[in-house]
Design a protein around this ligand. Sequence first.
Ligand SMILES: Cc1cc2nc3c(=O)[nH]c(=O)nc-3n(C[C@H](O)[C@H](O)[C@H](O)COP(=O)(O)O)c2cc1C
Length: 324
Amino acid sequence: MGTGYTETQLRAAVADAVRAPSLHNTQPWRFRLRDGGIEVSVDPARRLPATDPSGWGTRVSGGAALFNLRLSLAVAGTPATVRLRPYPADPDVLARLVPELPRRPTPTEQGLYAAIGRRFSNRAPFWPDPVPAEARWRLGEAARAEQCWLELVIGVSAVNAFAEIARSAHRVLERDPAYRAERADWVRTEPAPDGVPARAGGPQSEPQDLLPSRGFGGLDRAPGRDFEPEPLVAVLGAAGNTVVDQVLAGQALQRVLLTATDAGLAVSMLSQPIEVSGAREALRLSLGRFGTPQMVMRIGYGQPGVATPRRSVDEVLDVAVAPG
Ligand SMILES: Cc1cc2nc3c(=O)[nH]c(=O)nc-3n(C[C@H](O)[C@H](O)[C@H](O)COP(=O)(O)O)c2cc1C
């Protein structure tokens, strides 16, 4: 294809891209059309300095948005060839997408695309029903299709060992007043285009909880409404921890989340053990894996999640630079 993407195509795809998850719903992404290609960048102004000093979360979030963008373009019949980190001198540009030969979307693409608007983080307790083997296999395939791995933490002792790592990471983070202040800044009790609405924040945590919850100031807990005793915990990892690995992990994350949604599963994310480097290393060792854990998910069956707001397409578009 000699011609590039149009602004109409860009806008339609960005409307889907922004439905992606992001750390504290900061939506740290920007999109622009340049020489017929769509470029996805992180928005450094939306990085969380205390929670995410390295910018890992902005790149995982940006990768998740990139996955939605790819799906949206493919389902519109205008799939893209993607180059990650196209300008070595500008690491904030995560990807550049140019049109490849038009083709019909595959049934998998259509199924995942249909799940974009039904995917929400679900921080509530799940039902005790186990996730069937077929669905577990599909989740692993989703990660592998995006050059990442997904390790399921199986068995009571493995889940308890993971929980110990996660709780200790949580305690380390909670000791930092700047981290707590940042989280409080992104909890929303009034309508807002970003941040985590308190009603989506999940229930208040209680001492008997196995896994730590981020504490977005959620709802009171109904008596007896405990978390599932044996949650299905999945660790998503990449080959390494470069900028490109983190963008790949973001794409794989979104593919796993959409695959889960398509299979009727609910997911919540917990990244405390990723954000504390000692915990991340302990997690890697406990899995006996090479590469770098990039995200942890709790997966199960639950009530429908709560939608969170997004900024408008206009707010995340950069106006094209006129060709010189
Ligand atoms: C990199 C990253 C890290 C996240 N970490 C957590 C976490 O530790 N705890 C949590 O409850 N949610 C976590 N989330 C989920 C976000 O808070 C959520 O995606 C955002 O609020 C938007 O809501 P939605 O997923 O329902 O669209 C994380 C998301 C991303 C992309």
